[in-house]
Design a protein around this ligand. Structure first.
Ligand SMILES: NC(=O)C1=CN([C@@H]2O[C@H](COP(=O)(O)OP(=O)(O)OC[C@H]3O[C@@H](n4cnc5c(N)ncnc54)[C@H](OP(=O)(O)O)[C@@H]3O)[C@@H](O)[C@H]2O)C=CC1
Ligand SMILES: O=C(CO)[C@H](O)[C@H](O)COP(=O)(O)O
Length: 478
């Protein structure tokens, strides 16, 4: 029996994707560096569909129908290069190598270019949804050539999540576009989790709500405009009681958040693109700060809080909900704006409505609000920034008083809200008529003759600060 697709890398994600493919009627050849994982999968789930057991990459390639489709789901980085290097000599022109892990998009661009020279298609696809999504339908973000999508699309669309009958999978763009969009998805995921964490901290330390009470609050919030997978699972985690101690589960967890790196990559890339993703950046820094364990212990001894007495308004829980919604919107706006910048830089025709649409199901940031985001970018006149879409401009206007109250109460109580406050500063920075960047330009010109533009004349100027302070026309040096 020849298989329609081969999967190599059968840890959490690879095993579940392989099962998903088999459950959808595809014959799947299985391979893993350690054969024990292959056998474990077959022993537990071999009856779910048609699998072909292989022990070596040669056997895997030999088991596939042509053109061959090999899906790699191993640890990102050097392991992907190692597997690709072993596979390439075994493949023939027209075969397709798929990397479905969280690879860096620049690695994908490099691999795609290298394999194209050998007549092979290399397709980097972003897959989101964790273990459950991989098995029952993830959100899939494929890059690579359009030609390769013709061969892969029907299969990927079949195994993806579906919302309103539409697959949460669509061709994103050439070379690393799929992995770039997945990376930004993860950046938004970081910010989304951080704003939820800030809301939790405010409700606990500000309003005195215990985790079990908050589980009810989050469940309630999940019924409205905040409805999303992350809010739903927040209610579940906060409602969970530790069996060993009887304490709220969240209280027995070490408060240091780890990261595998996609959030950090998003911020590095945003800096390179000059894209103001301050909320996403603050969420990455918040994890980094949480992990400064010894400094945090010392700070508790050395640094004073100097907080003020604040009366918590009756509307506080609702205020926090609105601040959370507004900050969440800003995270999506920043992520999507970054995609616009990347499309120009890397020559990708990224369709923000399609991307928002395929995030509606299967992935970690799936949320009710993505329906309206999809609509906003599907409109004839696309907003230059998500926040300019009339529905969202209005939603933020309504949330604004509560958002300002919450940030100011947090500051007075000494509760850090880096993403709530950075998102508000982004909003205010965007909408203000004059920014202090004017002063920055003056300073740069004084200390470094970096030149400036005037509001009342065309051209580029420099003031002779060390001489008579007269102004001359200059060559633009930015
Ligand atoms: N876990 C998640 O929720 C998600 C993960 N991802 C991404 O999917 C990919 C796979 O993730 P996950 O399933 O968690 O597995 P891991 O990232 O933990 O990787 C383990 C797999 O990689 C294989 N591997 C490691 N090094 C090599 C090597 N040098 N050569 C060959 N195989 C190697 C392992 O083989 P062996 O068994 O022999 O050690 C095993 O199959 C990663 O890129 C991850 O970032 C994407 C979305 C969600
Ligand atoms: O890709 C994912 C979901 O979409 C993974 O869950 C992601 O790797 C989690 O990232 P981190 O470990 O950095 O929090």
């Amino acid at each position: 029996m020849s298989a329609q697709i081969g999967v190599t890398g059968l840890a959490v994600m690879g095993a579940n994707l392989a099962r998903n493919l088999a459950r959808n009627g595809f014959t799947v050849a299985l391979h893993n560096r350690s054969v024990s994982r292959t056998d474990e999968l077959l022993a537990k789930h071999g009856s779910e569909g048609d699998f072909v057991r292989t022990e070596t990459l040669e056997e895997l390639v030999g088991a596939l129908e042509k053109p061959r489709r090999v899906l790699i789901m191993v640890k990102a980085g050097a392991p992907v290069d190692s597997v690709v290097d072993q596979l390439v000599p075994l493949l023939e022109e027209g075969d397709i190598v798929i990397d479905a892990g969280n690879s860096h998009f620049e690695d994908t661009r490099r691999r795609e270019a290298a394999l194209a020279k050998q007549g092979l298609h290399f397709v980097g696809i972003g897959v989101s949804g964790g273990e459950e999504g991989a098995l029952n339908g993830p959100s899939i973000m494929p890059g690579g050539s359009q030609e390769s999508y013709q061969a892969l699309g029907p299969l990927l669309e079949k195994i993806s999540a579906h919302v309103d009958g539409q697959p949460c999978c669509a061709w994103i763009g050439t070379d690393g576009a799929g992995h770039f969009v997945k990376m930004v998805h993860n950046g938004i995921e970081y910010a989304d989790m951080q704003v939820i964490g800030e809301a939790y901290d405010l409700l606990r330390s500000g309003a005195g709500l215990e985790p079990a009470e908050q589980a009810e609050v989050f469940s309630e919030w999940n019924k409205g405009e905040l409805s999303s997978f992350l809010i739903e699972i927040t209610a579940e985690v906060l409602g969970h009681v530790d069996a060993k101690t009887g304490k709220p589960f969240v209280d027995v967890l070490v408060d240091q958040a780890g990261q595998k790196g996609t959030g950090r990559w998003t911020v590095i890339s945003a800096l390179e693109l000059g894209s103001p993703t301050s909320g996403i950046a603050e969420s990455v820094f918040a994890r980094a700060l949480s992990s400064k364990a010894s400094q945090r212990v010392e700070a508790q001894q050395l640094l004073v809080a100097e907080t003020s007495e604040v009366s918590i308004p009756e509307s506080f829980v609702e205020d926090v909900r609105q601040a959370l919604y507004a900050s969440k919107l800003v995270s999506y706006a920043q992520g999507l704006d970054m995609l616009t910048g990347a499309a120009a830089e890397y020559n990708w025709d990224l369709k923000l409505d399609e991307i928002a649409s395929l995030w509606r199901g299967g992935c970690i940031i799936r949320a009710e609000l993505l329906k309206d985001i999809t609509k906003a970018y599907a409109a004839e006149e696309k907003p230059a920034n998500l926040l300019f879409a009339p529905a969202f401009a209005e939603a933020i206007a309504q949330a604004l008083p509560a958002w300002r109250r919450v940030v100011s109460i947090a500051v007075q109580l000494g509760i850090p809200v880096p993403v709530f406050s950075a998102s508000l500063a982004y909003y205010d920075g965007l909408r203000r008529k004059r920014l202090p960047a004017a002063l920055t330009q003056g300073l740069r010109d004084l200390f470094g003759a970096h030149t400036y533009q005037r509001v009342d004349a065309e051209g580029t100027f420099h003031t002779l600060w060390g001489e008579d302070k007269s102004e001359i026309e200059a060559v633009d040096s930015h």
